[in-house]
Ligand binder design. Structure first.
Ligand code: 6GU
Length: 228
């Protein structure tokens, strides 16, 4: 798989890409990340990539020409633009993108990107949550990590990817490791019982309780939360 990232801050990425699952996947060539400096496509002595908005108002808008030039050779790839006005990222998007041969991630900056780029050069506009960041670089890194860990062979045990939070629409249950008593706090007795049916039932109950308490939005339309 290849991931092309268009950004005005290419220096943001290399350290993070070298660590952990991502670092191993890149080293093993399961994935290739191509960092594209938007300024390489900018003209003039100042290499400007932004300009004032038509109609006035605060902030700057990313100019269409440098983005178009950077995106022209990437036509035919799946092109995602990170912007706070996009559809909210979820696991289903990551699952879908992890099957692609070539994904292009465009990091928005300033007040936004000229709408003609969003309309004619982008397949999906995506936000990573209901808060505002300075730019899409964090989102591009987040998506790269979320995708790479889904690639076959990237993770030690592929089952861990199948059984995790959000895949079955519920949050994960609490987990514990040794010691069984830590500063006086006991691990739930059932987990030490060796009774696998009881353990499975406890885990299911915990997942439901957690999801109901912390993320009732995940259950919306699927069941009556009050009765569950
Ligand atoms: Cl993708 N970009 C920016 N600038 N802010 C955001 C975001 C993206 N997602 C949530 N907030």
């Amino acid at each position: 798989m290849k991931i092309s990232i268009i950004t005005i801050f290419p220096e943001y990425f290399p350290q993070a890409l070298a660590v952990g699952i991502l670092g191993r996947a890149l080293e093993a060539r399961l994935v290739e990340v191509d960092l594209i400096d938007l300024r390489d496509y900018a003209e003039g002595t100042h290499r400007a990539v932004d300009d004032a908005p038509f109609g006035g108002g605060p902030g700057m808008v990313m100019m269409p020409e440098p983005l178009a030039k950077a995106l022209d050779p990437l036509e035919g790839t799946h092109r995602v633009l990170f912007t706070p006005v996009g559809r909210r990222l979820d696991q289903a998007m990551l699952d879908r993108w992890s099957d692609l041969d070539h994904l292009t991630l465009v990091c928005g900056r300033y007040e936004g990107v000229d709408e003609r780029i969003a309309e004619h050069f982008i397949d999906e506009e995506v936000s990573v949550g209901d808060y505002v960041l300075a730019g899409g670089e964090v989102a591009a890194l987040l998506v790269t990590e979320g995708i790479v860990r889904l690639l076959p062979e990237a993770v030690g045990n592929p089952c861990s990817v199948v059984f995790e939070s959000f895949r079955e629409g519920l949050l994960e249950e609490p987990v514990y490791t040794r010691p069984s008593v830590f500063r006086g706090w006991q691990v739930p007795e059932v987990l030490l019982s060796g009774d696998h049916r009881r353990i499975a039932a406890w885990r299911t109950a915990q997942r439901r309780e957690r999801t109901r308490d912390r993320r009732p939005d995940l259950l919306e339309g699927k069941c009556n939360v009050e009765e569950w």
